[in-house]
Design a protein around this ligand. Sequence first.
Ligand code: SF4
Ligand code: SF4
Length: 442
Amino acid sequence: MRLSRFVIPYRDVQPGEHVLYDVVSDRYVGVDDAALESLARWRRGGPVLPAEQEAAEALRELGFLVEGEAEDEARLAGARRTAASGRPGSFYVTLMPTLACDLACTYCFQKDHPAQGHMKPEVEAAALEWIERAVARSTAQKLVVAYIGGEPLARKDYVLRSAARLSAAMARMGRAFEWQLVTNGVSLDVDFARSLSALGQGEIKLTLDGDRETHDAGRVYRDGRGTFDRVFAALVAVAHTCPEIRLRVGGNFREGQEASFEALLDRMAAAGLAGRLKSVDFKPVVEGGCATSCGSRASETLVQLRGATSQRGLTRQAPRGVDQLAPCELHWDDAWTIDPSGRLYKCLAVAGRPELALGDVRSEALRPDPLLAGEPWKACAPDCPFVPVCLGGCLGGKVATGGRLGETACDRPLLEDQFRREIRRRYLEEFHRDEAVNAAAA
Ligand code: SF4
Ligand code: SF4
């Protein structure tokens, strides 16, 4: 009998007090030195002594203790089934009205080779019919359509037309319709936001890569002008006039840009955005692997910026914690991406690459996803506890940035650091409220 390989021991959270955290169930228990010694003895095949019986049974019931590898494989299979259900009750479709974008961001592959390709009317009709059929076959009570590009607001007509049709179709089926829009923000305006909002509950995500100087160094029009002022003005206008729309701000930081992101947070607070945003989520720029851009500083900066965001009261929801980490849409049954030519994918990052498509909206035939062939996470380190929530990382992004099919995108040092900080903090807050303040600063 041994600890499941998905259980992480955090030693000396308090002197002589250790935490066992299970990644599969997101549960933890505190144990003392004697319990750690018992665990080590059981692992070597030693017997469970009468005095240990009760604790062993409790840990076994929680799934923390397993007899061997077969039980861990069963735990992983269970976690994958849970992941496959995605967001229960919701059917997700990512629609790409166009591959074209009106910007030429310095770090974007479209800068020198602008992509073209609008979805044609006959493909649009087939795509909407496919969505209606697929939702009707599912048990989902809600259709969520995410518009993404290129730049989806290069085709406002398409967005409003398709949302109106799908909203009406869902109403006929007795199901709900929601929309999401991922935009660079330069063409966002209040009239458009209001029209879309009238068709269903919605969410807009736009990107600000720091304050004006850093944002305008990267996110530029094709003639080189920066876009910060335009995007920020659109964010403020929509936040103040359409409070029913959930607004999310994302941004990508590089080492040394912390001050600019803090200045952006100050600017947002000064513009009256406190409490008006659903989330603010800054991430390290990832180029060819997790450690190459920001390295170990990335997680320090994440913590710093998350703290700075909550201090200013900008968001309605708490920053995402490790309890929210789960396999992405690639692993969900009811999540699809439709590219402008009508091909179907699970992963947005490879949309537009026919060799990685699973099917086409003009046919019901589907093939297994090449990104999942051979279950790439089987090549992960056997001692990695994060497999149930990570499953090899961003497999689509890996291929889209030049990796080979089957290669994992490993972010393990970042995961280790995030989990260690957060589980320690949660445990101390629950059982040692006073010490939690000190640990937060550690
Ligand atoms: S990709 Fe890395 S962190 Fe993710 S499961 Fe594999 S080894 Fe673990
Ligand atoms: S593999 Fe990466 S890009 Fe594709 S859906 Fe998952 S997280 Fe997104």
